[in-house]
Write a protein that binds this ligand. Structure first.
Ligand SMILES: [Zn+2]
Ligand SMILES: [Zn+2]
Ligand SMILES: [Zn+2]
Length: 276
């Protein structure tokens, strides 16, 4: 086993509307602090040899890719098929010219991709500017405890592990890479997935807002999950416009004192340690 250093870059840290919300004149949506500009939630994983993978491909993918300087992609990992996580998929076609790009997701999510981007799977004459995807299913087998198959996906030497979590009644995936886990839309982590998260040091986790929501963790619920996993460093993502970056920081100082929890922001980079 070889130790490898990778990096997670937050491409977007905002909820489904993004922040600023179109038409909203609230103090957060009109803030001059760049950290209050939150594009739709997505993350880039830079592997240690110039290669990269992406988790979710939101509607702002093109802008995010230009800002992050993405020049190559080995695979995309999708958490679930809601529009804010998926609808930039067509813009991946620039990375599918030589080989089809593997898209790893739960089976029902792949079905959604096939219906929403049906043109990409129809036989058409050469050219035509379509993306070429290789849909790679992850099954969740319901035994005594659910088991993901495959349990680990290796891309360019890096191991990606699906972690089932609940987003309302929908079971979606978080992804673990080495000592780092990325769990966006979620309001419940089942016991078996807490076991998959044992030993995680860095956690990016959905923290929508202070008030409770039926399908997302509130700030206090996200802090409780962070405590239970026992990570060293954590960041909220998928944040709405109720609180500015600074207001979340001061809420955390008061309500989670001494803990290394911060609001994520677009462009944040987190070092990942993993093994091949
Ligand atoms: Zn979302
Ligand atoms: Zn607003
Ligand atoms: Zn969602």
């Amino acid at each position: 086993m070889l130790q490898i250093t990778m990096e997670l870059e937050i491409l977007g840290s905002g909820t489904s509307h993004g922040v600023p919300v179109v038409g909203c004149t609230c103090p957060v949506c009109t803030s001059q602090n760049p950290k209050d500009n939150r594009m739709r939630t997505s993350a880039l994983i830079r592997l240690d040899d110039g290669k990269a993978c992406i988790i979710d491909v939101g509607p702002e993918f093109r802008i995010q890719a230009l800002r992050a300087g993405i020049t190559t992609l080995e695979a995309a990992f999708i958490t679930h098929s809601h529009a804010d996580h998926l609808h930039g998929l067509d813009d991946l076609r620039i990375f599918t010219r030589k080989h089809p790009l593997p898209i790893w997701a739960e089976r029902s999510c792949l079905r959604d991709i096939k219906s929403r981007f049906s043109y990409a799977f129809h036989k058409t004459p050469k050219g035509g500017g379509k993306p070429h995807f290789r849909l790679c299913p992850v099954s969740v087998r319901e035994k005594r405890i659910p088991v993901c198959d495959p349990a680990i996906i290796t891309v360019a030497g890096a191991n990606f592990q699906p972690v089932p979590v609940f987003h309302g009644s929908l079971m979606i995936f978080g992804w673990r890479i080495g000592d780092t886990a990325y769990i966006t839309d979620c309001n419940r982590i089942p016991n078996y997935s807490f076991r998959l998260l044992a030993g995680v040091k860095n956690l990016v986790i959905g923290g929508l807002r202070l008030r409770e929501h039926s399908t997302h963790f509130s700030f206090p619920q996200a802090v409780a999950a962070i405590d239970r996993i026992g990570v060293e460093n954590a960041w909220f993502t998928h944040i709405c416009h109720d609180f500015s970056h600074e207001q979340i920081q001061s809420w955390l100082r008061e309500n989670a004192p001494g803990k290394k929890i911060e609001p994520a922001y677009d462009g944040l980079r987190i070092t990942i340690q993993g093994t091949t």
